[in-house]
Design a protein around this ligand. Structure first.
Ligand code: GDP
Length: 298
């Protein structure tokens, strides 16, 4: 239904090609492997993941004596679904308050995603607080305030240009005092030098750990799916800078490059927790590998 519609562009570019390949019942030969590689690269799986998947398929095809392309394609589908299935795909909100640090570059859809997440959590009857620790973009903080209000979440912000860690501190104090269940912390998204980024994130983590007696329950990276391989390199950068526990891939509704999601999961071994499927408040879906592959292939 909704997912299938949202993933239409990736589906057309990629699922359609694979379906054609399967239906043709072509012999399993070098030409087939080359064509499969080409399809995966065009769908933004990335070189390492493409090579890994195709090499593994070649071994299986030989072992199980595959004769035609439909066997290869159906096995591929199963492999992708397995690939995408990692432990910890659901949001960890066990702690009270559970602190969710949200990172990502400007424009990735971070503000929107936090608004959507607040909405999802409010629908689960949780008391939610949004902390605007991106103190460099006044406009972003305003936008976040609007989203928080719309979702029915509490909201804490610092003065423009103030130290993000001090805003995090204020947020943690307020969350404890007000009996909040989940705190969503927005962070600055300037892609400065990697060292600065790392230092800033480390400092915030330290404040959270000191105030709450535990590290954040989640550190989620928001990446823009329409940027394809750039989303993957950003994910790698952030994963080196901080211990990511999950990824949210946004704007899958407006791209044919949805395959990058597979590359991210494969190369980071970090689960995708949610996917962004539109600009609206309810356009955030929990990531379900079975549903996702079905939406792409059926
Ligand atoms: P930030 O700079 O990372 O905080 O990004 P914003 O949340 O302001 O989002 C940037 C733009 O992307 C806005 O126009 C959003 O409406 C849009 N956006 C965010 N998520 C999605 C999504 O899942 N699908 C679509 N189509 N647009 C999105």
């Amino acid at each position: 239904g909704k997912l299938k519609t949202a993933l239409q562009r990736t589906r057309e570019a990629f699922g359609g090609e694979l379906e054609t390949m399967a239906l043709a019942r072509r012999p399993v030969d070098d030409e087939l492997w080359d064509d499969l590689e080409e399809i995966l690269l065009a769908a933004d799986f990335g070189v390492p993941t493409t090579v890994k998947i195709v090499d593994a398929l070649k071994v299986v095809a030989k072992q199980d004596r595959y004769e035609t392309s439909d066997q290869v394609v159906s096995r591929f589908r199963r492999d992708v679904q397995n690939f995408l299935t990692l432990p910890g795909m659901t949001l960890n909100v066990q702690a009270k308050p559970a602190v969710i640090l949200v990172v990502g570059v400007n424009g990735s859809g971070k503000t929107t995603t936090i608004g959507k997440l607040a909405t999802v959590l409010r629908a689960q009857r949780k008391k939610v607080m949004v902390v605007a620790a991106d103190t460099f973009r006044a406009a972003a903080a305003e936008q976040l305030a609007v989203w928080a209000q719309r979702a029915g979440a509490e909201y804490v912000r610092g003065a423009e240009g103030s130290d993000p860690s001090s805003v995090v501190f204020d947020g943690m104090t307020a969350a404890k005092a007000r009996g909040i269940d989940v705190v969503l912390v927005d962070t600055a998204g300037r892609l400065q030098t990697k060292t600065n980024l790392m230092e800033e994130l480390k400092k915030m983590r330290r404040v959270i750990e000191r105030e709450m007696g535990a590290p954040p329950s989640e550190t989620l990276l928001v990446v823009d799916g329409t940027t394809g391989q750039n989303a993957l390199s950003q994910a790698k950068l952030f994963n080196e800078a901080t211990q990511l526990t999950g990824v949210i891939v946004t704007k899958l509704d407006s791209t044919a490059k949805g395959g990058v999601l597979v590359g991210i999961v494969d190369q980071l071994t970090v689960p995708v927790k949610y996917i962004g499927l539109g600009e609206g408040q309810d356009a955030l879906a929990p990531f379900d590998p079975a549903q996702f592959t079905r939406a792409l292939f059926e």
